[in-house]
Design a protein around this ligand. Sequence first.
Ligand SMILES: [Zn+2]
Length: 235
Amino acid sequence: MIKTLQIGGLSFEVRRSDRRKTLGLTVGRAGELVAHAPAMTSTEELSRWINNKLLWVHGKLALKEEAAPKMLAPEYVSGESFCYLGRRFRLKMVERQKEPLLFDGTRFLLLRGACPAGDHFRNWYIQTGTDWLRRRTERLSQLAGSHASGVDVRELGYRWGSCGRKGILYFNWKILQLPVRLVDYVVLHELVHLRERNHGLAFWEALERALPDCQERKKVLAEKAKEYLVFGLSV
Ligand SMILES: [Zn+2]
């Protein structure tokens, strides 16, 4: 099992080794963080050490982000794929059709010259996904033991979801790219916030009661989400 440490909102994979004499940190090509430590290093000591390195880590990550978006932004060319609920669908550029963007059940069809293409995709995700997310939230309400008074899907910057006042839950339209089990984590997380506003012990206990493998899903969300995010979260 891979051991990870969550520090300052970042996830560090911990690799201990007998041969290792000093502590070290590496930032991988995709921004993955690995802490190397001698076998006997305690988690407390390692956490403290990483904590002192956070500024350096953030600097490194910022550099990678600067270089990455150009590579990751969709190009809107035939053959490119887009994810919906964890499934990949290919894009076909077409010369003529009534709507700028259509989905025929197996492919996305985008009218050449439809601009800006990203807006058409965002609208498609919101139109297609809002009803689905409402029904999903309703279904998961029983597990969470709390009911949302409304569910809204919109642009939320870098956040997956948020729990607004008056019991309304907001979800980032970009989560609709993720597999259902990861969307479920986000939905249940926000549903539990209706009862427990802060990320205290009571919050995590309630979430674990609703979703026993929530920690595992949280980890997968942090590490694997970007495989599905053709449209990344924006800061
Ligand atoms: Zn939260």
